[in-house]
Design a protein around this ligand. Structure first.
Ligand SMILES: Nc1ncnc2c1ncn2[C@@H]1O[C@H](COP(=O)(O)OP(=O)(O)OP(=O)(O)O)[C@@H](O)[C@H]1O
Ligand SMILES: [Mg+2]
Length: 506
């Protein structure tokens, strides 16, 4: 049901109506006099660059943060002077957070159904009820997960599904999804978008944040655009194009051009021969040269991330050879890999990328502590400041102070800190696994500019990405991986995107 509901006086009662919302954190204005509405049953997107305030507005409506004075907030027609997370949930609002906020040691079933179960069920009945509720929700989502599996054994994509499931267990009338598809591949995304459409048809409003603009336009009927904490406007997505939306978000346009060059004469940095790890990848032969960006694309389960893990010493291959700068290597751990000049920026910034409670500065210098010691073996604060500043400037990270906890950064800015952290190790081989997950369109262009600059300086780069355009425009060669094997290779200069898409989605 996409029609707004009428109230007795004949006017539409919005699911949420916020007016004049301002929020400052110390010196940072995250939101500046923002007003917008979401109608019942509507799919409404929030769009804007990293740090423009999307997550902050969600946190205000769900009672995590209190707005500055002067804000007016109505939820399903109720004027609220103060919101707490409990009040917001009681009114039928649920959230799937950007960082998921799941419990790694609990099972799938517990993560989905736990919260609704607290207190009111006898202990013995609890487990069965929990399983039943979780199973119902997963059926509604059309997915099949092992209910007893501990969450930490799941992929990022599967954890995302668990988070969606948990939101649906309550009888939500409005669900916020903060970048729910960021770590999902094409087919999983399709599935989630179908779920969103279904919720909407059942009268549930969905407020959706995504940096994938194609998806924004496909799924939502209206989009609210924010820039630097200010409302740019609210637009119908009917007739809206990606480039127009980009322009609204950033104030300018971006053109994609193929960056591929011939690097076949450059010295070989990484050579992989016949590398196999049972059940993950088979007979991988791969060469990455100085200054070369090799893209690996394919669907989930293709074994791309597993290959990345093996090349970074996180797992041991069963057979085959890894040769770095001409010398065979056998990594016992990722420490060995780092010492040999390999860096790895992962798709999962929350578990592999950042140490959450620590400061921005500490996160950046973590892998390079040795290089910032003074002659007494203590951390030199001037060396540390210099390293931190130079990377923050280079990557244009939007921060308050380097000493702020890394958790105060917006998602996309956290991703830039992960990149800074690894680049500080001055690697010879950089493995990027979904490097722009959650990064906005402008910053993506910025990150690829940096990738290109690093390649030009001689860095060898292996880039894993399921966004084919991303691999296509930014790699010198694109490899198609499926079922644990390399099954195709393309030169972007002589191939169209649709040819590669045709092969991958065949
Ligand atoms: N707890 C906090 N303390 C200090 N600053 C904060 C805090 N939370 C958010 N900010 C700042 O507020 C601004 C908006 O952040 P927010 O997380 O809302 O951005 P976003 O639009 O969700 O970005 P992204 O797309 O990267 O997730 C940023 O400059 C961020 O650094
Ligand atoms: Mg955010």
């Amino acid at each position: 049901m996409n029609q707004p509901l009428d109230n007795p006086s004949g006017q539409v009662v919005p699911a949420i109506r916020v007016r004049h919302v301002t929020k400052t954190f110390g010196g940072v204005t995250a939101l500046d006099d923002v007003s917008f509405e979401v109608l019942p049953g509507e799919v409404h997107c929030l769009a804007g660059e990293n740090g423009c305030g999307k997550s902050t507005i969600i946190k205000i409506i769900t009672g995590v943060y209190q707005p500055d004075a002067g804000a007016e907030i109505e939820i399903f027609g109720q004027k609220l002077s103060a919101i707490t997370p409990t009040i917001s949930r009681k009114l039928g609002i649920d959230v799937i957070w950007q960082d998921l906020a799941l419990f790694p040691l609990m099972s799938v079933a517990e993560n989905i159904a736990f919260e609704g179960m607290l207190g009111n069920v006898p202990r013995i009945a609890r487990h069965a009820t929990l399983r039943k509720k979780a199973a119902e929700v997963l059926t509604r989502l059309g997915v099949d997960l092992d209910l007893e599996a501990p969450l930490h054994t799941l992929s990022v994509a599967e954890r995302q599904i668990v988070a969606v499931g948990r939101a649906l267990v309550g009888d939500a009338r409005l669900v916020f999804m903060d970048e729910p598809t960021a770590s999902l591949t094409q087919s999983e995304t399709e599935k989630l978008l179908a779920i969103v459409a279904k919720l909407s048809s059942e009268g549930v409003a969905v407020v959706f944040v995504s940096h994938r603009l194609a998806e924004v336009l496909k799924i939502s009927s209206r989009v609210t655009v924010l820039r630097d904490g200010r409302l740019v406007g609210v637009y119908d997505t009917d007739g809206m194009t990606q480039s127009h939306l980009t322009e609204l978000m950033t104030g300018h346009t971006f053109d994609s051009v193929v960056a591929a060059q011939d690097r076949s004469k450059a010295p070989v940095v990484l050579q992989v021969k016949n590398l196999t790890r049972e059940g993950e990848f088979n007979n991988i032969d791969l060469t990455v040269r100085q200054g070369e960006v090799v893209g690996i694309t394919g669907l989930i389960g293709a074994g791309r991330t597993e290959l990345g893990h093996a090349l970074f010493g996180m797992t041991k291959p069963g057979s085959g050879e890894i040769i770095l700068n001409g010398a065979p290597v056998r990594f016992r751990s990722n420490r060995d890999a780092i010492n040999s000049g390999v860096a790895y920026v992962s798709e999962d910034r929350l578990t592999l990328g950042l140490v959450q409670p620590q400061s921005i500065a500490d996160n950046i210098v973590l892998p390079v502590l040795d290089s910032i010691l003074d002659r007494f073996g203590l951390i030199s604060s001037s060396k540390k400041d210099k390293t931190v500043r130079s990377w923050i400037d280079d990557l244009a990270v939007k921060i308050g102070e380097p000493t702020d906890p890394v958790t105060t950064l917006s998602g996309g800015n956290q991703q830039r800190i992960v990149l800074a952290k690894w680049l500080a190790t001055k690697p010879k081989l950089l493995i990027l696994d979904a490097p722009t997950v959650g990064v906005d369109v402008g910053a993506r262009a910025g990150i690829f500019e940096i990738v290109r600059k690093l390649a030009d300086q001689g860095l060898a780069i292996l880039m894993i990405s399921d966004e084919i355009p991303e691999a296509y425009f930014n790699s010198d060669r694109v490899i198609h991986m499926a079922g644990g094997e390399f099954i195709g290779e393309y030169d972007p200069r002589s191939t169209t995107i649709s040819e590669i898409e045709g092969a991958v989605f065949a």
